[in-house]
Design a protein around this ligand. Structure first.
Ligand code: ZN
Ligand code: ZN
Length: 311
């Protein structure tokens, strides 16, 4: 019987241990050797969680501790049926018929947008680690989250094959970053969903013709104007007549998703759906701050007290 080779990889240094095992005793020895090597490694090269800075105690390529990962949760509550924004359902209204103010005002050019979690806390930090610090072992974690969201959305998609199109980066940005995070996350998600057999990754259909810069501080119309002409369909054979699942890391205002959906539909896409790892939520709509906690409320109380004192 050939020896089975067990291998542990410490990505940050490329340090590798190989321990051969052919019997139960050898297996126990290999595990012991691995533990000794790991503790020696962390004694010599201690690493901290890139989010909370606590020491990492498990051997992993992902430089984030399990406590941080456990704080990530899916979006809960009543959501807009189209864009996934948090909403308050009016009494007596079916949650499946709830639409946010923005979607009521203007229906987006995509069927539905779904996101795994809120774009804050650890989830936001993970996305930044991948995007801005090029920590690639984060991609499988985000891919797993995206896979769950796609699986939930899948039941509402039309039958037949679905072309999965990651939102493209401009060629210069992609060369600088060395990868497109949306594509990387989509790849890992589709590996998880291989059993569904109807998703096909299409990375050459849609391109970004120009860099659009930051959208922060722009109004809805300004964002749309800023994105006009930014995307184009390069290979219409990949798009025409197909149902498309557009993938991105974050859904902020929906301007990018809407512009991509418009371009894809103009090129003949039968329908477009959107899925992202995270989404910014207008949490303020859900929270009503008690009057006495606001500056205005305090001033009102002070004024009433002074009037009472004078009286
Ligand atoms: Zn941590
Ligand atoms: Zn909406």
């Amino acid at each position: 019987m050939p020896d089975r080779v067990r291998e542990a990889v410490f990505s940050s240094t490329g340090f590798r241990i190989r321990a051969a095992q052919s019997t139960a005793a050898n297996a126990r020895f290999a595990r012991w050797a691995e533990r000794v090597a790991a503790s020696l490694f962390f004694t010599l090269f201690p690493a901290d969680c890139r989010i909370c800075n606590s020491p990492l105690i498990q051997v992993s390529r992902l430089p984030v501790c399990s406590d941080c990962l456990q704080t990530i949760h899916p979006i809960a509550g009543t959501l807009c049926t189209i864009c996934g924004e948090t909403c308050t359902a009016p009494i007596g209204v079916d949650p499946a018929d709830v639409y946010c103010a923005s979607c009521q005002q203007e229906r987006p050019p995509f069927g539905r947008a779904a996101a795994y979690g809120s774009y804050d806390g650890v989830l936001r930090d993970l996305i930044h680690l991948l995007k801005f610090d090029q920590v690639r072992p984060v991609a499988p974690v985000l891919g797993r989250l995206l896979a769950g969201t796609i699986a939930a959305l899948e039941r509402g998609l039309p039958p037949g094959s679905i072309a999965v199109v990651p939102v493209p980066l401009h060629a210069r940005k992609q060369a600088e970053r060395e990868f497109n995070q949306a594509e990387l996350i989509a790849e890992y998600a589709l590996k998880k969903l291989a059993r569904l057999e109807r998703f096909e990754l299409c990375t050459r259909g849609l391109v970004r013709r120009r860099e659009t810069g930051s959208q922060i501080g722009l109004t809805r119309n300004q964002r749309r104007e800023n994105l006009r002409g930014a995307f184009a369909v390069k290979d219409s054979a990949q798009i025409a007549g197909r149902n498309i699942l557009l993938v991105d890391d974050v859904y902020t205002t929906g301007a990018t998703a809407s512009e991509c959906a418009r371009v894809l539909k103009r090129a003949g896409a039968a329908g477009v759906w959107v899925v992202t790892v995270a989404r910014t939520l207008k949490v303020s709509e859900l929270l009503t701050v008690p009057d006495f906690l606001t500056d205005e409320g305090c001033e009102k109380v002070e004024h009433q007290l002074s009037v009472a004192a004078q009286g």
